[in-house]
Design a protein around this ligand. Sequence first.
Ligand code: S3P
Length: 178
Amino acid sequence: MCKCEGKGDTMNIYLIGFMGVGKSTVARLLSKRLDYELIDTDHEIELDEGMPVREIFKLEGEEYFRGLEAYLIHKIAGQDRTVVSCGGGIIKSEDNIKAMLGSGYVILLEASPEVIYDRLKDDNTRPLLQKNPGLEGVRKLMKEREEFYNKAYTHKVDANRAPEQVAEDIINIVGEFH
Ligand code: S3P
């Protein structure tokens, strides 16, 4: 049963999930296919702050970043027909989860720690992975996040596959309820 029933006229698609599951790529594909506006929360925050997420964490700290994220997601919740690629930690706030569930479908992209580690092993843009390195770091953070992701999603998809296949699944989910 879709948790977004009774949400009124607002219909966004929020992609949530751990770093490296492919949210940004899938969001781009969906926005083209559905002709929805595209917002990538990390990218939007970087534009507003004039620096990469990594620098925001370093100079201002994680809490400051979470504040920007919360402000942005509440603003987006007032929009319609937007595909949102959400930073992996957006679900750490109950208020953010409420704002998303009240304004659209919240799709959890899930991939195995091995797949994620393989995709991100040479990435140095994610401060939390710098602090928790290696496959063990990915496993540890994923475990900590599990309960939050499980509270937040309306639907989930297997993101161990190519982004095109993931996008296709989401089109089918959204089409069912649209
Ligand atoms: C974070 C995920 C990142 C970014 C920041 C924190 C997290 O976004 O928002 O580094 O807490 O999981 P992606 O999920 O797009 O990598």
